[in-house]
Design a protein around this ligand. Structure first.
Ligand SMILES: Nc1nc2c(c(=O)[nH]1)N[C@H]1C(S)=C(S)[C@@H](COP(=O)(O)O)O[C@H]1N2
Ligand SMILES: [Mo]
Length: 386
């Protein structure tokens, strides 16, 4: 007998039923919806001058949004795998013979192909990013954002097309065979539908627990997959060390100066001069796009106080430059609403000690409700923009 491609009718498991698919799909849809909404907010937080300014309060806003984004994306992985397993025999279904039906069939297949490809792309690139693996370099943010729209669009079409089946499946008992393919077995095999769903929820729970500890302090111990365990100098994880950024020599040099440029005039400060200015304390988290975050107490010169010292008016953006010579995070623009916020500091201390070199010694920016990548370390220059 020559081998042949299996047909949809060859698949007989009772587990591959719309009764199962719709239940897993409901949670998968919730995860994708949450990932999409939090992704939009996360994107908004990084646009320099959005139409509606991103707020600086609550100070933990970005922390919660980005944490939920990564957790919902991770939770979607087991759900997507199970869902695809329950439906993949449909790939092998015979296309209908009549032209009109063939067109509808083809259009539906194409929309599902887009949805599946976009979903896998989002989860794969998102997870690679949380593990600091960037095989594609910095187009990640733009691509992940664009494909997010494609995924959510295809998802909306998919749900609309399947709505009758979804409603019938969710409205009926889990064991109902009303919607099953004709060749599906009438009785359960080794694993029951209830068993498969239980295993799926358990896998999803494990995925959540294993990653949520990166944001939720009391979960740290169980979060074996969390990229950041909470340790690091001064009880705060380090994203890029001074050695990696190649700033150690410049940051520890006696020749270090902070230059503040305003109105064409250069004002130069030694670290001792900064330390002699009035010091302010702020409790603000560092929250990385990778999903990890941690609260910390900072002490240093209030950004507004420093700018008052050089006569800069409020309502101005400030360009921040670090000692780092290359890398995507070496410079940022601090929008005026952060500059003028009383909680925004040029921090000299972290958790009661002089800032460690890996956390940005001699000084770093720390602002409320701001993505971690924009909290520039090893600051060398501030320029008040006009
Ligand atoms: N100059 C500079 N500042 C930087 C970075 C960097 O690579 N270079 N990394 C940023 C990122 S991505 C994060 S999440 C925070 C992390 O701060 P921490 O390492 O002190 O926890 O620093 C930010 N500031
Ligand atoms: Mo980050």
């Amino acid at each position: 007998m020559s081998p042949r491609l299996p047909r949809e009718s060859d698949f007989t498991s009772r587990l591959r039923s719309p009764a199962v698919t719709a239940r897993v799909g409901l949670w998968l849809g919730i995860c994708f919806g949450l990932a999409f909404v939090t992704g939009l907010v996360s994107h908004w937080s990084k646009v320099p001058h959005p139409w509606v300014p991103y707020p600086t309060r609550p100070v933990w806003g970005y922390r919660v949004v980005q944490g939920l984004h990564v957790i919902s994306g991770t939770a979607a992985v087991p759900l997507l795998l199970v869902k695809l397993w329950t439906v993949y025999p449909k790939l092998l279904s015979r296309p209908p013979g009549r032209a009109r039906e063939l067109v509808v069939h083809g259009a539906e297949r194409a929309s599902i192909a887009v949805l599946v490809a976009a979903a896998i792309f989002q989860l794969a690139t998102g997870i690679a990013n949380t593990s600091e693996w960037y095989p594609w370099h910095f187009t990640f943010v733009r691509t992940h954002y664009a494909v997010g729209w494609i995924a959510i669009g295809a998802l909306v079409v998919h749900v609309a097309v399947k709505l009758p089946v979804i409603r019938a499946a969710l409205g009926a008992d889990l064991e109902s065979s009303a919607l099953d393919r004709p060749t599906a077995a009438a009785t359960a095999g080794v694993l029951s539908r209830r068993g498969l769903l239980g295993a799926t929820w358990a896998a999803t729970g494990v995925a959540v627990l294993a990653t949520a500890g990166a944001t939720v302090p009391w979960l740290r111990r169980v979060s074996v997959l969390a990229v950041r365990s909470g340790d690091g100098p001064q009880d705060l994880p380090v994203r890029t060390s001074a050695a990696t950024a190649r700033v150690t020599a410049a940051a520890t040099s006696a020749a270090y100066r902070l230059t503040v440029v305003h109105d064409g005039r250069h004002h130069v400060f030694t670290r001792a001069e900064l330390a002699a200015m009035p010091q302010t304390r702020s409790s603000l988290p560092i929250a990385c796009v990778e999903g990890w975050s941690a609260g910390a107490t900072w002490r240093g010169v209030r950004m507004r106080d420093l700018l008052d010292r050089v006569g800069a008016p409020s309502g101005r953006d400030v360009a921040v430059l670090s000692l780092q010579e290359r890398g995507a995070f070496r410079d940022t623009t601090l929008p005026d609403r952060y500059v003028d916020d009383p909680a925004t500091l040029l921090a000299l201390e972290l958790n009661g000690e002089t800032l460690s070199i890996d956390h940005g010694y001699p000084c770093r920016v720390i602002a409320p409700d701001r993505p971690g990548e924009l909290q520039t370390k090893w600051v060398s220059r501030l320029e008040v923009l006009s």
